[in-house]
Structures are given as structure tokens and as C-alpha cells.
Write a protein that binds this ligand. Structure first.
Ligand code: MN
Ligand code: MN
Length: 268
């Protein structure tokens, strides 16, 4: 069960309305890499967790619970950016709309008109392009390493996008929340990376994923015996520098870099 405290996980700094910033933040709320995604993905991963690896379930559950508060924070921030400024609430300019004024005029030129036309100047479960949030974003494979890898990628992409949003607006309301979420995404990248380390990453031990001997499938063995899993073609007629990056121990050793579509097993 969950308990609720009527308090945000981080303070939102008051500023004037900014519908364009509100719409940018919709990506952080209802986008493919937004807070609704992290919340639902980690909740489903923890709900479905079986087996006795309790520390990993507890970690995923802990981050999931925090993400509920992130959804609350970013949704409330969007509300403030659409309807929450001291000036818009009439403290300086009187009653909004009084005397035929058009205080919502900015909706015609900025942001998502649905914030004003469909919603009531509040957050919506959509991304910045208006696409509805989708349950198909949720990734829960049943393979702990895969789930943690995807969680790490999810946090990293969320952080990337929030850094871009930070560079889009200097509105104090938007920045107070975006800055907080950038830092928490960083924290979650760290905990998932640490969890993966505890499972032996070292990519040589982790890959392939799923980690089993596929040569027990005869058709697969035939191809692996030819070295097909340790080669990559560059498909360039004018030369490629791809081979320069294949020095490390992962993902496979040795990794052959090949010029064309032919298989390498019978080549040098
Ligand atoms: Mn988050
Ligand atoms: Mn997170």
C-alpha cells in the first residue's frame, strides 16, 4: 500500500505563466522517457518481481515510489506554468479576462492549445507533441539484468531530455523542477549502474543477454561456429574507420570488422 503526504518532494519556485515551457515539460511527464514511464515501469517491475533477489526488488520499488512523487511534482509544475503565477491570478492586473482582456491569448501562439481548449490549464497525460502516454512504453522483460539496463538507459535519456528543456527556458518555475529532476535522474543512473556492477558487469560476464549458451540450438551453433556473432560489416565502398573503436573487451573478442556483406568465416 502507499501512504500520501500533501507535500511536494521539491519546492516549486513561483514565476509568471509560460505555456511553451509547460508544453516542453509535458515530455518529461507523459513522454516515452518521462516520469509516468519511470513510475509505471518500475512499479510493474517490482509488482512482477519473483524469486529471492530481494535487494534488487527493494531497489526498484524504492525508485518506483520516488517516481510517483516526480509525476506529482512535474504535473503540479505544469499547472503552475499554465495557471499559477501571481500576476495571472489577478494580484496585479485584476480579474483575469475582466473588461474583455485576453489573458489566454498566449495559448494561440505558444505551447499546446489543448492545455487551454481541452484541459483546464492543467497537466495532461501526453507528451510535448500531444501524443497520449502509452502503457506500451513500460519495459518489464523478466530478466533482471535486462530490466536494469533498460532502467539505466531510461534515466539517462530522461536526463538528456531534461537538460534540453533547461536550455529552452529560464522560467524559475520550470527550472526549479527540471533542475531537481536532472539531479535525481543522475542519482538513479548511479544506483542502477551500481546494481548492475553487483550482478557482475564486466560486460564480458554479462553479454550475451540473455546469458546462456545458444550453441544448444543446432542452427545457432552452426552460425556461431562460423564466427557470425563476432563480426560486423561496415558496408562502405570508400573505407571506414569503424575498426578503431573495437579495442575493448566487450562486446566480444575478437571482433572482426568487415567491408562487405559476405560472411567472414572463410576469410582472413
Ligand atoms: Mn523521475
Ligand atoms: Mn528516475
Amino acid at each position: 500500500m502507499f501512504f500520501h503526504v500533501q507535500k511536494l518532494i521539491n519546492e516549486i519556485i513561483p514565476d509568471e505563466p509560460d505555456p511553451a515551457a509547460a508544453n516542453a515539460l509535458q515530455e518529461g511527464l507523459g513522454g516515452q522517457f518521462g516520469e509516468m514511464r519511470t513510475m509505471m515501469q518500475y512499479l510493474f517491475q517490482s509488482f512482477n518481481f519473483r524469486g529471492n533477489a530481494k535487494p534488487y526488488r527493494d531497489l526498484i520499488h524504492a525508485v518506483a515510489t520516488e517516481e510517483i512523487s516526480h509525476v506529482e511534482l512535474i504535473a503540479t509544475t505544469i499547472n503552475h506554468l499554465l495557471d499559477g503565477s501571481p500576476r495571472y491570478q489577478g494580484q496585479q492586473d485584476g480579474t483575469p479576462g475582466a473588461g474583455g482582456a485576453t489573458p489566454l491569448n498566449m495559448a494561440l501562439s505558444h505551447g499546446n492549445i489543448h492545455h487551454f481548449l481541452v484541459g483546464a490549464q492543467g497537466a495532461m497525460p501526453v507528451d510535448a507533441a500531444g501524443n497520449p502516454w502509452s502503457g506500451s512504453y513500460v519495459y518489464n522483460s523478466g530478466n533482471l539484468v535486462l530490466d536494469l539496463l533498460y532502467n539505466l538507459m531510461l534515466e539517462a535519456t530522461g536526463r538528456l531530455q531534461k537538460c534540453r528543456i533547461y536550455e529552452m527556458t529560464n522560467n524559475k518555475t520550470a527550472r526549479s523542477t527540471v533542475a531537481y529532476l536532472i539531479v535525481r535522474d543522475h542519482a538513479h543512473e548511479n544506483v542502477y549502474a551500481r546494481a548492475l556492477e553487483s550482478l557482475g558487469v564486466n560486460w564480458n560476464k554479462t553479454l550475451p543477454i540473455p546469458n546462456f549458451d545458444a550453441t544448444k540450438f543446432p542452427e545457432v551453433k552452426k552460425l556461431m561456429d562460423q564466427g557470425l556473432h563476432n563480426q560486423q560489416h561496415h558496408w562502405r565502398l570508400d573505407g571506414s574507420e569503424m575498426a578503431k573503436i573495437f579495442h575493448g573487451p566487450s562486446p566480444a573478442r575478437p571482433l572482426k570488422c568487415l567491408p562487405s556483406g559476405q560472411r567472414s568465416s572463410h576469410r582472413a
